[in-house]
Design a protein around this ligand. Structure first.
Ligand code: FES
Length: 84
């Protein structure tokens, strides 16, 4: 499948989570807090909410709980993310 990470095209595989794609392509950082501190995958099972990203324009999406789909646009989130 083809997805974009921060606007850059990359390849993902069916059954992968967004977190897995981010780890493979970018490392562990998924977002920055409002103060600029980096956050990333911590629990990997949907509990800690540290792995939030923007998926297809929707902020606060847990990357560890979201399976990639073809054409998905993933952006690392800054602060609370873009307004909905
Ligand atoms: S890594 Fe904890 S909710 Fe995703």
């Amino acid at each position: 499948m083809n997805v974009t990470l921060d606007g850059r095209p990359t390849v993902a595989y069916e059954g992968e989570t967004v977190a897995a794609v981010l780890i493979a392509e970018e490392g562990l950082t998924t977002r920055q807090t409002a103060s600029g501190a980096s956050r990333g995958i911590y629990c990997g099972m949907g509990v800690c909410f540290e792995c939030l990203v923007v998926v297809d324009g929707v902020p606060n999406t847990r990357s560890c709980m979201t399976l990639v789909t073809d054409g998905m646009r993933v952006e690392r989130q800054k602060g609370a993310g873009p307004p909905r």
